[in-house]
Design a protein around this ligand. Sequence first.
Ligand code: FAD
Ligand code: SF4
Length: 493
Amino acid sequence: MSKKQVFQFLDAPREMPRKLPLALRTAGDWNELYGAFAQPEASHQAGRCLDCGNPYCEAKCPVHNYIPNWLQLVQEGRILEAAALCHETNPLPEMCGRVCPQDRLCEGACTLNDDFGAVTIGAVEKYIVDTAFAQGWRPDLSKVVATGKHVAVIGAGPAGLACADRLVRSGIAVTVFDRYEQIGGLMQFGIPSFKLDKSVIATRREVLEGMGVVFKLGVEIGRHLTLEHLLTGYDAVFLGLGAYRYTDGGLPGQDLAGVLPALPFLVQNGRIVTGSDPHGRPIAGWEDTLAMPDLAGKRVVVLGGGDTGMDCVRSAIRLGAASVTCAYRRDEANMPGSAREVANAREEGVQFLFNRQPLAVESSDGKAASGVRVVETRLGAPDSRGRRNAEPIDGSESVVEADIVIIAFGFSPKVPEWLAAQGVDAQPNGRLAVGAQGRLAYQTGHDKLFAGGDCVRGADLVVTAVQEGRDAAASIARMVLRGIKAIPAALES
Ligand code: FAD
Ligand code: SF4
């Protein structure tokens, strides 16, 4: 690499793709916040990579993408090769480029981060794959030889899709079952379209179907089909079930009118604004369908500071709320949500009340919410995971007025009865137990059942679900192809 290229970052500042104008966002535009790079911008930003020789970005990326290599290909305009390289490590790069909290992952580890601004790795990853797909590029499976093996995947979220991608690349037929009518899991039914446009998921479905993946949607295992049926009919089963048990704060007043659980609110709103169901009718297989209240002109308070909380506050802004406040019990530095999303929320007019722990939802008429009683907190000693506990300060209670209160305290997995009946163990926190001594990685206590993603890790990220689905596929192949053929290179990422 020439000297001029090495020092390009000195003259070229970090730049993200243009954002949708603020006036449109606050007026209720649900389009993706970040636009797309044109080729010169992508090449310019990719050229800022130092090629520092110690790619901490790769180490910090959960799927260990070959980041400096594909940045170099973008600089040289070799987009189709870059797309193929992206897919070597990441079955869903266009999703991760959009929704990964890059400030905590690849970009946070970039050598340029502190003094010059990190390379815009996520935006370039999105550019590569969107551009390649638009040019008709598709993964090349021409050398794949069918093995005659067939695996069932339960769950079309990122874990299940990543697993399916890796299996079909190695000649193993895959049928993916999901209880919902569309693929994507929480990427489809959870993450709002201003972060991830749903057409991106539709394109990925077309790509996976083109690779031979079969989807059976609207089929809930345990209701429409038994697990025994899959265990008999398939060589192995991957469980990518997600984590859907709400963390119940047990707040007095949480049953009042105007108090909404976060995920049903986001799901129902997403269905209405994307036009998939403008009337917000109940979703097949979804037990918590919500009648959407009108937020226009209302005072909205969101409890919780994670990604889900940030999606709720920013949705409430787009729905025309008069004021939107996020109350979080720790300080800003300890928020679990991405710093970029917090900055975007603030820019859109969200007020943050840090170090406030909710005590109760209050009502002036005994029927509907009128406010949230909170107490101020200070940070105490770290807990077992190193996070500092929020300790209430005596005598610091106050009430934040609210017409709508959205509770976003997080989720955890729950083992369904039909799975427990097969002897699959879970930890006390509901996470499926996998990879015990003597088992393959991601293999449960049942030989033919493998699992990954949120149902194993607890509620986490798209990219970690992708990594687990991808790596579980390698274990599945090891088992079903034993004695037939060597593990295909596609699985050795
Ligand atoms: P899921 O995506 O939950 O998919 C599980 C699938 O399994 C679902 O489609 C479900 O229908 C299906 N299923 C379950 N049981 C059955 C059954 N019995 N039969 C058939 N199908 C079944 N992560 C990020 O990286 N960035 C973000 O910005 C981000 N924002 C988020 C915002 C919200 C509101 C939420 C809730 C999460 C967010 N996340 C984000 C987290 C991320 O979406 C999840 O970690 C990820 O989707 C987990 O993937 P998964 O495949 O394990 O599970
Ligand atoms: Fe960064 Fe996520 Fe892409 Fe890895 S997958 S390079 S962490 S945006």
